[in-house]
Design a binder for this molecule. Structure first.
Ligand code: GN1
Ligand code: MG
Length: 364
């Protein structure tokens, strides 16, 4: 029996386990899907303890979040546009997690059936659906006191800290890199050091409030209904913690409005698509408008520019430090991922005036 089969058996999944298989494309946790003989499926995950030092806090946050959202929604699946949240499964002895002999932390969550995920956006209606779901999610949680949530991933989306860590890693490798791609990335960061403060400064000045956020709003965390093509769920709730909604908006757009995707065959294909951005934000605003402030609107462009830069910086630092954070399949992969995010940042910068005017046009 494999470890994951052993662990799956510790949970009360409502039937006999038929098989346990690896699942999804996550770069941090190990994810499996468990099928049981009743035909149901469950997601089984081992949380990466190097990334999440206190995984039990993830479960705590998840309960706080789902309780809050359940109070705000009717729970009627046929009701107009409710977001479904994955159910948490208990172990046979009533706990919500299992720790294995190696210290691995495991939990099991309901599989939202009859849905699909996307790796790239094909048309404006998909972007509208993502914008709706993110806006609805933010609206549902904006009045949850962020102090009730643990910081499961300390320093997450703290761009000045990522820059500091990058600088230390780059100094340690003092020799001039003979690799042109690495040289390009190092120079790219050097010319944008100020960018790291783009959201941290207004946050410190209390122009942008700390709110509960999702933290990892990339496209493949949105679930689309197989029949209607409408978004029905936003998954991967491990990074739900206090933060700026601009992290979520920037992360969502860097993922959705780049039709070439996160790991394109050809870096030259990377561009920031204004039509996708427009469709997504239009529907985001129509859901979230009621709680957004003028400062929120003002800093949206900064979030869109910062998050791909920040992710590029995180990939680049991991490359310099020996790839111990993001999973890789080949040696230069994190460097390549950094190049892709920096190419996207450049495209956003070239389109700054257009993006700003698009946001202005949607504010009213
Ligand atoms: C990581 O593991 P995954 O794919 O859900 C990362 C995100 C990045 C993303 C890039 C906790 O998310 O911040 O945007 O990779 N999550 C964490 O693909 O660092
Ligand atoms: Mg994630």
């Amino acid at each position: 029996m494999t470890l994951e089969q052993d662990i799956a058996a510790a949970f009360d999944l409502g039937g006999r386990i038929v098989h346990v298989r690896p699942y999804g494309h996550g770069l941090i946790n190990d994810t499996f899907v468990v099928s049981v003989d009743t035909g149901h499926r469950t997601i089984l995950q081992r949380i990466n303890r190097h990334v999440f030092p206190r995984p039990e806090q993830i479960m705590d946050n998840l309960r706080t979040l789902t309780d809050h959202i359940r109070r705000r929604q009717t729970g009627d699946k046929t009701a107009a546009r409710e977001l479904q949240l994955p159910r948490i499964f208990s172990t046979r002895d009533g706990k919500d997690s299992v720790v294995d002999a190696h210290g691995g932390f495991w939990r099991a969550m309901g599989f939202v059936e009859n849905t699909y995920t996307l790796e790239t956006i094909a048309d404006a209606s998909q972007a509208e659906e993502v914008g709706f779901a993110l806006g609805r999610f933010h609206t549902l949680i904006h009045d949850l006191d962020p102090a009730r949530l643990h910081e499961t991933l300390p320093g997450f989306h703290n761009a000045p800290n990522y820059l500091l860590r990058f600088t230390e890693a780059a100094v340690r490798r003092r020799e001039t890199p003979d690799n042109a791609e690495l040289r390009h990335c190092l120079a790219f960061v050097e010319t944008r050091r100020n960018l790291a403060d783009a959201l941290e400064t207004p946050r410190r000045e209390e122009k942008l409030p700390i709110r509960p956020i999702h933290g990892d709003t990339k496209l493949n965390n949105f679930l689309f209904d197989a029949e209607s093509g409408r978004t029905v769920s936003l998954i991967d709730l491990d990074t739900v913690q206090p933060g700026l909604i601009h992290f979520d908006i920037g992360d969502c757009l860097r993922s959705c409005a780049n039709p070439a995707g996160e790991s394109p065959g050809n870096l030259a294909a990377i561009r920031f698509d204004l039509d996708i951005c427009h469709a997504l934000l239009k529907h985001y605003f129509s859901e979230a408008r009621a709680f957004l402030t003028p400062y929120d609107h003002h800093y949206i462009y900064d979030g869109i520019r910062l998050i791909p830069f920040e992710l590029g910086l995180r990939f680049l630092t991991d490359h310099l430090e020996g790839n111990h954070y993001f999973k890789t399949d080949w040696p230069g992969q994190n460097l390549y991922r950094a190049l892709a995010q920096f190419a996207l940042t450049s495209s956003i910068e070239r389109n700054e005036a257009r993006i700003r005017s698009l946001i202005k046009g949607l504010e009213a």
